[in-house]
Ligand binder design. Structure first.
Ligand SMILES: NC(=O)c1ccc[n+]([C@@H]2O[C@H](COP(=O)([O-])OP(=O)(O)OC[C@H]3O[C@@H](n4cnc5c(N)ncnc54)[C@H](OP(=O)(O)O)[C@@H]3O)[C@@H](O)[C@H]2O)c1
Length: 286
């Protein structure tokens, strides 16, 4: 297969390069040569490259920056996704677009909870709203596109929460306070690459697909497990969201239910197992 990866130099894109290169011909479509906000040039280059599949990773991903740069967030995440969809339509390529748990409100009606593909998104942040607008653009232009929602991502080289905490954990200092009232599914880029490989082998799967690791935890739980795996001794203490105010509100629970993958007989690994494999991998950058 010939596969074009937008944002191919980013954290997920780099893992996709590594994981997909042996079986496929890859085109890495990232700045400055490929700009998803330049609709005409992007379509022209995509038609010329003639990919079978486009994996759309490019986005404005810094959640707090999106709050202060709203126009830029929508330009990249909504218009950029529209342009990628138009290019796929013109080139006749299948589209697999990456989206996020932030499309949901993060306010679960009850606990325990996980958001299903059929739950109605109600984003509370500019990042979430711009990514959801991008999803809708894609649905309208390429109705048989696959939209893969992922969350709490970490991958080789970072940047990610896991990399930040590993660095802090290796330093001496007072106990680290880590938020213990937000829940989600920590997910490695390797797990996402495996889900994408599965989707590539199932061309009939379209619409929304949730693709995070199994089981949910808090940022505090994730840090404790990371330190245990890495043998880091710095003390970690749980704290509340109120103790760490951020420009963009963080979801209280953004765990995702993998209803579509499970119906297809595919199960993602538990987050603890994926984290263990990541810590043991030579290129983690931890
Ligand atoms: N990271 C997470 O925790 C997380 C969670 C859920 C979903 N996601 C989604 O997963 C996808 C990949 O995330 P990631 O963490 O790998 O992101 P990332 O590391 O920020 O990578 C995004 C890539 O897109 C590039 N890009 C930015 N503007 C572009 C443009 N106009 N045209 C072409 N490329 C452009 C970036 O280049 P520059 O670096 O030069 O700007 C970067 O290489 C995104 O769609 C994101 O919304 C991420």
């Amino acid at each position: 297969m010939k596969i074009l990866i937008t944002g191919g130099k980013g954290m997920l894109g780099r893992t996709l390069q590594k994981e997909l290169v042996s079986d496929n011909e890859l085109i890495i479509a990232d700045l400055p040569e490929w700009d998803i906000t330049d609709a005409d040039a992007f379509t022209e280059k995509t038609i010329a490259a003639a990919p079978d599949i486009v994996i759309h990773c490019a986005a404005m991903t810094k959640v707090d920056d999106c709050e202060t740069k709203r126009d830029l967030a929508f330009k990249l995440n909504e218009e950029g996704s529209r342009n990628v969809a138009l290019a796929c339509k013109a080139a006749g390529a299948r589209l697999i677009a990456i989206s996020t748990d932030y499309v949901f409100s993060g306010e679960p009606p009850r606990e325990p909870w996980a958001w299903s593909e059929t739950d109605i998104p109600r984003p509370r942040t500019v990042y979430g709203a711009s990514k959801f607008a991008g999803e809708q653009m894609i649905h309208m232009i390429v109705p048989d596109a696959t939209i893969l929602r992922i969350a709490w991502l970490y991958g080789a080289g970072g940047p990610s929460f896991v990399h930040t905490m590993a660095k802090l954990g290796a330093q001496e200092g007072p106990a680290l306070k880590v938020v213990n009232d937000q829940r989600g599914n920590p997910t490695s880029t390797k797990v996402v690459a495996d889900v994408i490989r599965f989707l590539i082998s199932h061309p009939d799967v379209s619409g929304i697909v949730h693709g995070t690791c199994e089981d949910q935890c808090t940022w505090y739980d994730l840090t404790v497990e990371l330190f245990r795996l890495m043998g880091l001794k710095r003390e970690v203490v749980p704290c509340t969201t109120e103790e760490f105010p951020r420009p963009a509100p963080r979801p209280r629970n953004s765990a995702l239910k993998k209803s579509v993958l499970n119906v297809l007989g595919y199960r993602t690994p538990r987050w603890q197992d994926a984290l263990r494999d990541f810590v043991a991998s030579p290129d983690s950058g931890l």
